[in-house]
Design a protein around this ligand. Structure first.
Ligand code: ZN
Length: 108
């Protein structure tokens, strides 16, 4: 199983006052939400959820889901936001698992 590699900046604006917020994607905390066996191997879902509040008092909540399938491959990403509008999303990738990178090191 790999791990989520999120880069760049997430940019969104408050739907109430239009103020623009940014968040460094490397700050997102990813948790393994789901893992299941499929024909090509393991499928893993990673989830990062957080809340933010705007200066105007509005609450914004985020749910970012990333799918890895098969191993070390990005299969999809989905960001759900309430209270804010997405302007720019993160650059999402899957970090290779240590196991696979050490295999490659042996091969080369
Ligand atoms: Zn606001």
């Amino acid at each position: 199983m790999g791990n989520v590699n999120s880069k760049g900046k997430l940019q969104y604006c408050c739907t109430k006052c239009q103020k623009v917020h940014t968040r460094a994607c490397s700050d997102l905390v990813w948790q393994l939400a789901e893992s299941k066996q499929k024909s090509l191997g393991n499928e893993a879902h990673f989830l990062s959820t957080w809340k933010d509040s705007c200066d105007c008092g509005a609450e914004m909540s985020f749910q970012f889901r990333v799918r890895e399938y098969p191993l070390n491959c990005l299969d999809g990403e989905d960001l759900q936001i309430s209270g804010a509008k997405l302007l720019q999303s993160c650059n999402i990738g899957i970090k290779e698992s240590v196991f696979l990178s050490s295999m490659k090191a042996l091969i080369t």
